[in-house]
Design a protein around this ligand. Structure first.
Ligand SMILES: [Zn+2]
Length: 241
């Protein structure tokens, strides 16, 4: 499936800032190609900070605002928050039903989500429990749950008809089979990452440092396979025709 064949995209991630860091360049390219893109952010992000003078509710509200701003930078249409508690995510019937609801409501050709397994070659943040859970729950939601009307019958009662996603892409390294050249949109991706100020403390306000030390290296590594300056890479799962 080529980028310009994709008309609707659903991004399903665990936390505010996951999408921008992990595949923000691909989101920007899809938006530039005219796709309608929706985000589903599964957790409230309330444990993603070390300043205990800030309440969980305040932190969650700040992160939601940062996420809306970042999504706007990338050209995303809408952001939905499920508000599951951060760091407690499990693959559950409730979580899968909530993801199926969004799949049936937004009817995407393509889903971008987290890698559902531990990849020892990847940086440790890929293996956050919330990331693994959201990746697995999303794969199960897309196949078979979204396309079978007798699964989650309450959604059918809500008027949400079965839907077959065409493909799911999740981040990959040695097992990647899909590379997206993001060289032309790295500044847009960085603008979106920079919106997440509550999470960028290690940069001490130095955007260039964050780009050079954290954002660029994995994209540069992936770019070698395309002879491109920067790329993002995925494993494709084909679900429907
Ligand atoms: Zn995360």
């Amino acid at each position: 499936m080529l980028l310009n064949e994709i008309t609707r995209v659903l991004v399903v991630v665990a936390h505010c800032d996951d999408a921008e860091w992990t595949f923000g360049g691909t989101v920007a390219r899809l938006a530039d190609a005219g796709a309608a893109i929706d985000y589903l952010i599964v957790t409230d992000g309330a444990s993603g900070g070390v300043d205990l003078s800030v309440t969980d509710g305040e932190l969650a509200a700040t992160r939601a605002e940062e996420q809306r701003a970042a999504a706007k930078v990338l050209g995303v249409r809408n952001v939905t928050f499920l508000d599951y508690h951060n760091d407690e995510l499990q693959v559950s019937v409730d979580l899968k039903r909530d993801i199926v609801r969004e799949i049936r409501r937004t009817r995407p050709d393509l889903i971008l989500t987290w890698t559902p397994y531990r990849n020892p070659d990847a940086s440790i943040d890929w293996a956050h429990g919330d990331h693994l859970a959201v990746g697995e729950a999303t794969l199960q939601a897309a196949y078979p749950e979204a396309l079978m009307p007798r699964i989650h019958p309450e959604l059918t009662s809500e008027g949400l008809a079965a839907h077959a996603v065409r493909e799911i892409w999740y981040p990959a390294m040695a097992d990647a089979d899909c590379y997206i050249d993001v060289s032309d949109v790295v500044e847009t991706k960085m603008d979106a990452i920079w919106c997440h100020q509550s999470q960028n403390g290690e940069a001490n306000g130095d955007r260039s440092w964050l780009f050079d030390q954290r954002v660029a290296p994995p994209m540069h590594d992936a770019g070698r396979y395309l002879a491109a300056a920067y790329a993002e890479r995925f494993r494709r799962v084909v679900v429907g025709a």
